[in-house]
Every structure is written in structure tokens, then in C-alpha cells.
Design a protein around this ligand. Structure first.
Ligand SMILES: Nc1ncnc2c1ncn2[C@@H]1O[C@H](COP(=O)(O)OP(=O)(O)OP(=O)(O)O)[C@@H](O)[C@H]1O
Ligand SMILES: [Mg+2]
Length: 343
């Protein structure tokens, strides 16, 4: 199913939780809503599910307007952040619940529950109660329960945030594989950029209820359109254009002057060759050795009255021969520099 979110607005009193959000989601894709706490991700997901009514705007499934259809009739599967299983029901009963509500036959329910539990590798746990499972297992049951009634769209609200790092990583892959195999249109809310970058086909970055940028993980990482997205996803040096770092113009020929530039630390290389062609020389201020990675803080000379500017450079491997106070020439490919604001 394809899904279209059209100009959704939702306020709580004076708080604008969702501010004119639009997005088209292709059939079978996984989209992540990514943004800091309080930016409106859950509210938007609840509006899509029908649990919350928008002030204005529409939700369309395969071009059909679902805005007035109650949540229970939308046939969307939902997984919440945590503790969403019925504690007094067995795992099998939890998964069966939605099917009983939909009046499936006993035989069909039994078969579907078995299929769903083996899909999430819990076929031998069906008689247990939720408190007898680990957090990761509980979230897999929640996933099985959401998928059991064959929903047209799967909505996941931070399904992994309550789990420890290792389980989270395993489940990421499991969910992604499941989603791809079932070819089910999925929205996943997260504030974890790594989760979004590894799982999503498309990412919608939000701030204060508004969409900051929508694109593929590669777009969002390599071609951020504003300082917020640039800094929210990975590390990014944000510097005034006048400091002298080379840049290409994002293919933008409008002739406006670049004002703010963004450069990823891995795109600043340090060299001992003499500076040529206006290359910048900086002084190594600080060195952090992080095992497989070395991070340098470099201060650049004051230029055009822009004050001292520091940038961070990251180099793979551990480099032992560098010392604080050493001058280094910055090697930067202009193609890797983004113009984040035009003057
Ligand atoms: N039922 C409600 N009544 C009043 N204000 C609400 C309600 N639900 C959400 N809000 C407010 O709307 C804004 C968006 O909240 P929302 O829960 O959608 O954020 P979120 O992006 O999901 O955050 P988090 O990452 O912390 O879960 C917040 O300022 C929140 O306080
Ligand atoms: Mg939330």
C-alpha cells in the first residue's frame, strides 16, 4: 500500500506538535521519522494510526482518504515503545488477540499464531507470560502481534529504544529483513540517527513539528540542506564561508553568496606538504585517540575578521606521530563541502 500524509496540523493548546507535514510513502518502503525529543514524531504517528485526530490535513492509503476512518478500521499494525503486551495473557494469546477481535476461526488463529511466532523465532515461548521474556523477546512478540492481522501498513514507535545496544542491533536487522520479505509499508519513529541510517529507505527529519528534510539516508548524510540536519546526523563542522575553505556550489547557480559551510570530519585530511592554491594551514590543538579512529581539533588562522575557527578532522587508524602545536595543511575536496546557508 502507498501512504500519503497531506498537510497535517495538530496542536495541543499553544503547542504546535505537528506543523503542516506532508509526505508520500511508496508501497513496501520503510520510512523513519527522525528528530529530537518532543519534535512531534509520536503525535504524527498517532494521527496516521487514527488514535489522534488532526486539526487539519488528510491521510490517504492507495489514494483513498482514510481521515474519517476510525483507528480500528484502518488495518494498520502498531508497535509501541515498551510494555505494550497484555501482561495477564500468554504470548500466544497476545498474538491471537487481534485475530479474535476480527472474528477469525479458531483453526485459522492457531495456524497464524504459530506462523507469526516462528517468524520472530519464538515458537517455543508461546505458553509463557510477557514477564517471563527478555525485553528483546517482548518486542518481537509485539511485532508478531502487530503483523498477525495482515495489516496494510506497519507503524513502529521507537520499538527498540528500551533495549540494550547489542539486542537493538540484532533486532534492527531482524525487523528490516522481515519488513523487506513481507514487503510491508512501514513507518518507524526513532531519535537514533544510526538506526534511521541503517534501516530506512527514506528518512524524514523533524524539528519543532516541522519537516527539516526528507531523503534517502545517503541524501540526508551527504547532502544535508540546513545546519540542523547537518549536525543532527553525524558530526559536521559548521564554519563561515569567508574563512577560506573551498566549496563547490551544490550545483546551485543562483549566484547568491555562500554564508555557512558544512564539512564532515572524515573529509578533512591533514598533510605535511606545503600549502598551495590557497590551501589553509591550521594548528593541531587537541588529539583524541579512539582506537580505530583519531580525532584532531585544528584551529584555523583568523581571516576576514571571522575570529578563530576550529574544525575537527577524523582519520582512520591510530596515528602516534602527531603532536599538539604542529602546523598542518588541510586537504579538502570541495565536492565534499556543503553550502548550508546562502547570504
Ligand atoms: N496529549 C497531549 N497533550 C498535550 N501536549 C502533548 C500531548 N501529546 C504530545 N504533546 C506535546 O506535543 C509535543 C510533541 O510531542 P510528541 O510526543 O509527539 O514528541 P516526540 O517527538 O514523540 O518526542 P519523544 O522522542 O520524546 O517521544 C511535545 O511538546 C509534547 O509535550
Ligand atoms: Mg515519542
Amino acid at each position: 500500500m502507498s501512504l500519503e500524509i497531506r498537510n497535517i496540523n495538530k496542536s495541543f493548546g499553544r503547542i504546535k506538535a505537528v506543523d503542516n507535514v506532508s509526505l508520500a510513502i511508496d508501497n513496501g518502503t520503510l520510512v523513519c521519522f527522525l528528530g529530537p525529543s518532543g519534535c512531534g514524531k509520536t503525535t504524527l504517528l498517532r494521527v496516521i494510526s487514527g488514535l489522534e485526530l488532526p486539526d487539519s490535513g488528510a491521510i490517504l492509503v492507495n489514494s483513498q482518504n482514510m481521515s474519517t476512518v476510525p483507528a480500528r478500521n484502518r488495518n494498520f499494525g502498531m508497535v509501541f515503545q515498551s510494555y505494550s503486551l497484555f501482561p495477564n495473557m500468554t504470548i500466544a494469546a497476545n498474538v491471537a488477540y487481534g485475530l479474535e477481535c476480527r472474528k477469525w476461526s479458531r483453526a485459522d488463529i492457531s495456524q497464524r499464531v504459530n506462523n507469526m511466532l516462528s517468524l520472530v523465532h519464538l515458537e517455543d515461548q508461546s505458553h509463557k507470560f510477557p514477564h517471563q521474556l527478555s525485553g528483546g523477546q517482548q518486542q518481537r512478540v509485539a511485532l508478531a502481534r502487530a503483523l498477525a492481522p495482515k495489516p496494510s501498513v506497519l507503524l513502529l514507535d521507537e520499538p527498540l529504544s528500551a533495549l540494550d545496544a547489542k539486542v537493538r542491533e540484532e533486532l534492527r536487522e531482524e525487523i528490516k529483513t522481515l519488513q523487506r520479505n513481507l514487503n510491508i509499508t512501514t513507518i518507524m519513529v526513532t531519535h537514533d540517527q544510526e538506526e534511521a541510517l541503517t534501516m530506512a529507505d527514506r528518512i524524514m527529519v523533524m524539528k519543532d513539528g516541522k519537516v527539516m528534510q526528507t531523503g534517502s539516508p545517503m541524501d540526508i548524510y551527504h547532502r544535508p540542506e540546513n545546519p540542523f540536519v547537518a549536525q543532527f546526523i553525524g558530526r559536521m563542522n559548521i564554519v563561515p564561508a569567508g574563512i577560506g575553505i573551498p566549496f563547490s556550489s551544490n550545483g546551485d547557480s543562483k549566484g547568491a553568496r555562500a554564508k555557512i559551510l558544512g564539512i564532515r570530519p572524515e573529509n578533512i585530511k591533514l598533510s605535511d606538504d606545503p600549502a598551495s592554491n590557497g590551501e589553509l594551514t591550521g594548528i593541531v590543538d587537541r588529539i583524541s585517540r579512539l582506537g580505530n579512529l583519531t580525532r584532531f581539533k585544528i584551529s584555523l588562522p583568523n581571516k576576514n575578521g571571522l575570529g578563530p575557527v576550529t574544525v575537527v578532522s577524523e582519520v582512520q587508524g591510530s596515528s602516534h606521530d602527531l603532536q599538539v602545536g604542529t602546523p598542518k595543511v588541510l586537504k579538502i575536496n570541495p565536492e565534499t563541502v556543503r553550502v548550508l546557508e546562502w547570504g
